[in-house]
Design a protein around this ligand. Sequence first.
Ligand SMILES: NC(=O)c1ccc[n+]([C@@H]2O[C@H](COP(=O)([O-])OP(=O)(O)OC[C@H]3O[C@@H](n4cnc5c(N)ncnc54)[C@H](OP(=O)(O)O)[C@@H]3O)[C@@H](O)[C@H]2O)c1
Length: 326
Amino acid sequence: MKALLCTEYGPLDKLTVGELPSPTPGPGQVVIDVKASSLNFPDALMVQGLYQVKPPLPFSPGAELAGIVKEVGEGVTSVAPGDRVIAFPGFGGFAEECLVAADKVMPLPAGMDFDPGAAFVLTYCTSLHGLQDCGRLKSGETLLVLGAAGGVGLAAVEIGKALGARVIAAASSDDKLALCRQVGADATINYATEDLRKRALELTEGKGADVVYDPVGGAHTEAALRATAWGGRLLVVGFAAGEIPKIPLNLALLKERSLVGVYWGDSVKHDPRGHERNLRQLVDWFGAGIIKPVVSERVPLAQAPAALARLTGRQVKGKVVVLPEA
Ligand SMILES: NC(=O)c1ccc[n+]([C@@H]2O[C@H](COP(=O)([O-])OP(=O)(O)OC[C@H]3O[C@@H](n4cnc5c(N)ncnc54)[C@H](OP(=O)(O)O)[C@@H]3O)[C@@H](O)[C@H]2O)c1
């Protein structure tokens, strides 16, 4: 089978397409015939050796995918060959076949194609867990989303609306902000041309946002924290800008603000029931047409490294899907 291979941690252009033997499932494992997988920022960090998870070399990146179960190992009863599924193995998805633990496989929801299926779990689960479990976002509150046209950002815009919040989307271009409006943002800030803090305060009549969803980091974090309301919560989701901000703690004291970390992957281990509840909620929202993954590009395996470079170069909107059999 064909697979995108990382043979040494390093630049994205070191990734190559190679041939590997088809995997065989061990006890509790499933082999999936991959129909689509999607790019996530952590894929780019992982192949460069910059992510908290460092798979043994060689490995294929690709955290999430959708496809058809090819074979199941001993003891697997939750799925059977022929089932249409979504899987979130963490890595291994940019390949024609992927070996996954059965507890990381779920049925493809009714009415969902493989492309959106591959772009569903990681971004939406991160954003729902962040906003609901960590941020305690309530109906009627104001949510400010940074990097709002990116993978987790766009999901946060949709989920913020689904939870009844007023959503302010912030991103670096008018093009990206137009997409945010299309998926439901009530107001927008172009932080490449506008002062983020000033504009967020103007848009909230001086009160500030109740919750900030921050997958970007860098200089935007402090500006956004300064634009939060009394009791505001800033969700630390990621550092796509490449810089981990250092925040003066008096900003927390002054308005009883909280900085809350969000780590979806590990939260699933700590609260598997909560994760299942969130997944059910997301599947229901998808069925009701309330959320819908925005797939902006579809690329074959060989073009995945260039697409990852566009992702880290801020040139991608929504989600890019890799089609291993194309
Ligand atoms: N905590 C968790 O559980 C969890 C789960 C998934 C992902 N994450 C993290 O969340 C972040 C976003 O992931 P994603 O998959 O949504 O990525 P993405 O689709 O690339 O979105 C990231 C956004 O960050 C903004 N950005 C600002 N400066 C950037 C820079 N120098 N390089 C690249 N992007 C920059 C871009 O928007 P503008 O151009 O509009 O600024 C971009 O749309 C990553 O740091 C990822 O590791 C965390």
